[in-house]
Design a binder for this molecule. Sequence first.
Ligand SMILES: Cc1cc2nc3c(=O)[nH]c(=O)nc-3n(C[C@H](O)[C@H](O)[C@H](O)COP(=O)(O)O)c2cc1C
Length: 155
Amino acid sequence: MSSDLTIYFGTVTGNAESLAFRAQERAQAAGISATLVNLAEISPDQLITEGHALFVVSTWGDGEPPMDVETFYYDLEASDLDLSNLSYAIFGLGDRDYPIFNGFARNLDERLASFGAQALYERAEADVFFDDTYAEWEAGIFPLLEERLALLATA
Ligand SMILES: Cc1cc2nc3c(=O)[nH]c(=O)nc-3n(C[C@H](O)[C@H](O)[C@H](O)COP(=O)(O)O)c2cc1C
C-alpha cells in the first residue's frame, strides 16, 4: 500500500535528511504513514501521482540544489508536468551569509506551483540555527495535514 505522505529531502551534509526523519516521526505519531525519499533518487514524473508531499531541502553552490539533486531539478525545470494532484509544503535550509538565501527552496516552490501543485502552507526558510524554525513549521503544517488526510479517509 502506498503511504499517505511522502517526505522528500535534498541534502549534502545531512541536515535536511535529519529534519525529514523528524517529520516522518511526527507523521507516524499522528497515525499518518509517511515515506522518506531522497530527491537524488527519483525523476520528476514520480510527482505526478503524488497526493501529499513535504520537501525538506538545503541550498548549495550559489543558490543551487544539493549537487546530487541537480539532475532531478534540471529535469523538473525542463519538463511540462501536470502536478494538479499534488499538495505540498517546503522547508528550506540555508545560511543568510550567502547572497542567494534559500534559493533552491524558493525555486522549487515556484516551479511546483507553476505546474499546478497546491501549496498547503507557507514555505519556511531556515538559517544556520534551524531547530526553532523547524519546530514552528512542524507545529503549523501537521494539524493541516492531519485534517486533510482525515477528510480524505472519510470521503
Ligand atoms: C559551500 C556551501 C555553499 C552554500 N550555499 C548556500 C547558498 O547559496 N544559499 C544558502 O541559503 N545557503 C547555502 N549554504 C548553507 C547550507 O544550505 C546549510 O549549511 C544547510 O544547513 C545545509 O544542509 P544539508 O546538510 O541538508 O545540506 C551553503 C553551505 C556551504 C557549505
